[in-house]
Design a protein around this ligand. Structure first.
Ligand code: DGL
Length: 276
């Protein structure tokens, strides 16, 4: 039986990357309580199949509901691409009709309004996000005139997770993918960083693209969109507790989480281990 009393906002990611989103949300909306859940033991999700990403994401959402969350943000592009729609349409009506799960693709895509002049947009993401075609489909719904080209960047997540993202090795892989994308479509004037890890690579990415190209990073966009969501959905907002409390859970060993999480948050984090 799920508790009806107000609870923290749940932030879910396959691992550490969602911390880049969590950080911006918590900065913009500090009064709320947050529970961050990283499924680090089973990350990365970016190379996993649709069914597996859906299954793992649903387990995590159910766990966050059990912990009292009425609202869960899938702060992971791969999970948003492969699991969000099914959870919203198929699962929520049965398991928790009054609770909400939101993703991060739609708010990111909404940002394109008026931004691209050439109407050519590049998406940089994991293999899973690019293969799902979710960004292209979402963009087509809102801006059918925009041409979308995706580039899977399988080495970028490991570069960040292994703290190699400021090295010459990172330069090689970032340049390789950017060059390939821009060779595919030289009219691209806007790039979406469609992976939670990529904001950490922003300075490097900027080195390999013309300053005329817009680069969209998601954290602030998702935070702003959540703020608006809470304003127009008072029935959900009232169920979000407000004591400024942050709790971190990981499916991995907690010491390991603490070490890597500090790469993303630039401060120490203490997490509890949890089984899903
Ligand atoms: N958080 C994932 C995303 O935004 C990247 C890491 C992973 O592959 O699990 O797509």
């Amino acid at each position: 039986m799920l508790s009806p009393t107000p609870g923290a906002i749940g932030i879910f990611d396959s691992g550490y990357g969602g911390l880049t989103i969590f950080e911006k949300i918590a900065r913009l909306l500090p009064e709320y309580d947050y529970i961050y859940l990283g499924d680090n033991a089973r990350a990365p999700y970016g190379t996993r199949s649709f069914d597996v990403v859906y299954e793992f994401t649903l387990q995590s959402v159910e766990k966050l509901f059990e912990m009292g969350c009425h609202l869960v943000i899938l702060a992971c592009n791969t999970a948003s691409a492969k699991a969000l729609r099914t959870i919203q349409q198929k699962d929520l009506p049965h398991i928790a009709p009054n609770r909400r799960v939101l993703g991060i693709i739609r708010p990111t895509v909404e940002m394109l309004d008026g931004l691209t002049k050439s109407k050519h947009v590049g998406i940089l993401g994991t293999v899973g996000t690019i293969q799902s075609n979710s960004y292209a489909l979402e963009i087509q719904k809102l801006f059918p005139e925009i041409k979308v080209v995706g580039e899977a960047c399988p080495m970028w997540v490991p570069l960040v997770e292994n703290n190699e993202y400021e090295t010459a090795g990172a330069d090689f892989f970032i340049k390789k993918n950017i060059d390939h994308l821009l060779k595919n479509d030289s009219q691209i004037d806007t790039l979406i960083l469609a992976c939670t890890h990529f904001p950490l690579l922003l300075n490097k990415i900027k080195q390999f693209v013309s300053p005329n190209i817009n680069i969209i990073s998601q954290g602030e966009i998702v935070a702003e969109s959540l703020k608006q969501y809470l304003q127009v959905h008072p029935e959900i907002e009232q169920k979000c507790s407000k004591n400024g409390k942050r709790t971190f859970y990981t499916t991995e060993e907690k010491q390991k989480f603490a070490e890597s999480a500090s790469v993303f948050l630039k401060h120490a984090v203490s997490a509890k281990r949890i089984a899903l």
